[in-house]
Design a protein around this ligand. Structure first.
Ligand SMILES: C[S@@+](CC[C@H](N)C(=O)[O-])C[C@H]1O[C@@H](n2cnc3c(N)ncnc32)[C@H](O)[C@@H]1O
Ligand code: SF4
Ligand code: SF4
Length: 334
């Protein structure tokens, strides 16, 4: 069996570190499920980062839960920069004291990425709250004024997905540099809140309509295609990030996951302990090789999805992978 280090050495680029499982919101779509009570330990964080950098990681994103609740967040940013990580990003729900934006370590962030889920307070509050809408708009404006590179993630759900272009217009005016749209996936709490899910056909229609219009704005927009017609499938190759070994996800309790869709399933394939990476016993079920990803291991291609899509003319695409067909795919950059 190939050792963990050998599998990732020289291939690893990007790591998502879920530094806390605590959260100050309770979003009904959250793929993380119910919030926990674990903050990542500082000493082990340093050891982990050191190892990840040796394997090649140069992009680190801090998230959670809500990462601004971690008492050592600013130290973590500082440590990552001191260790030479070139790109350090924070994903936040924006529910934090604006003074944090004046912190010297915070200012070393390459990007700060806020989660906004609607063009107005009412729509955003379907997921978050009116209070959070006010906090996030205030903090986005302040961050732009202070010269941060500000990004926004919008998770498209059944209430907000037709607002995407309006959100683009709003953020463009506010000086936000990019919008990254997720389409809500039926994981974690979203599984129990089915009315938030978007019908595949509705998403495909909206995507095809809005895509050409999004090119005219200054702001960069990334919007996932997520479904294709069966007869388009020869144009697309699955380039699973998990199979490429270019990305890892680490939770606050140092469990290591290959794919974001596995986070709330307990299907980690490894863990970090005593300064070393260890595979779990049946790690092959939860990590991926190219030979696996067409099969039942990939969360979007698991048996229940096969059944769901068997009688439809469409096929789901990976949630996070870049497809070979960049022209019709998603990346719109001006
Ligand atoms: C898990 S949160 C962690 C960071 C922070 N608490 C926040 O909300 O930005 C990271 C991102 O995942 C998105 N997300 C949560 N559940 C999702 C789901 N079921 N499908 C797609 N994206 C989801 C959130 O909206 C957020 O933009
Ligand atoms: S999406 Fe972010 S803010 Fe909302 S519950 Fe999940 S971790 Fe918390
Ligand atoms: S959804 Fe499937 S194809 Fe995409 S990263 Fe996860 S395992 Fe890979």
């Amino acid at each position: 069996m190939e050792s963990f280090e050998k599998k990732f050495n020289g291939k690893l680029e990007e790591v998502f570190i879920y530094i806390t499982s605590k959260c100050n919101l309770r979003c009904p779509h959250c793929y993380m499920g119910d919030a926990g009570n674990v903050n990542m330990d500082k000493n082990n964080f340093k050891k982990l980062l050191n190892k990840l950098i040796k394997l090649g990681a140069s992009k680190i994103t801090f998230l959670g839960g809500e990462p601004t609740l971690h008492p050592f967040l600013t130290e973590f940013i500082e440590i990552a920069k001191q260790m030479g990580v070139s790109y350090v990003r924070l994903d936040t729900n924006g529910e934090f004291d604006s003074k944090l934006l004046n912190d010297a370590a915070f200012k070393k962030l390459s990007d700060i990425c806020f989660s906004l889920d609607g063009v107005d307070a009412k729509t955003h509050a379907k997921i978050r709250s009116v209070k959070n809408y006010n906090s996030i708009i205030k903090n986005i404006k302040k961050a732009v004024t202070l010269g941060y590179k500000v990004r926004v993630t919008m998770t498209a759900n059944s209430y907000n997905f037709r607002q995407i272009e309006k959100v683009v217009v709003k953020l463009d005016k506010m000086g936000v540099s990019s919008l990254n749209v997720h389409l809500i996936s039926a994981n974690g709490r979203a599984k129990d809140n089915g009315t938030l899910l978007v019908k595949e056909e509705d998403w495909m229609d909206y995507y095809n309509n809005v895509l050409p219009r999004l090119r005219k704005y200054k702001i960069k927009v990334k919007i996932p295609k997520r479904f294709i017609k069966k007869d388009e499938s020869q144009d697309y190759g699955i380039t699973c990030e998990s199979a490429k070994a270019s990305r890892l996800l680490v939770t606050a309790d140092f469990k290591i996951f290959a794919c974001p869709l596995l986070l709330n399933t307990g299907r980690n394939f490894a863990f970090f302990e005593n300064g070393e990476f260890h595979y779990i016993k049946d790690y092959r079920k939860h990590s991926f090789e190219y030979s696996d990803i067409q099969g039942p291991a990939c969360p979007i291609l698991m048996k229940d999805n096969f059944i769901k899509f068997a009688n439809k003319d469409i096929i789901p695409l990976c949630v996070s992978c870049k497809q070979r067909n960049y022209q019709n795919n998603v990346l719109i950059e001006n």
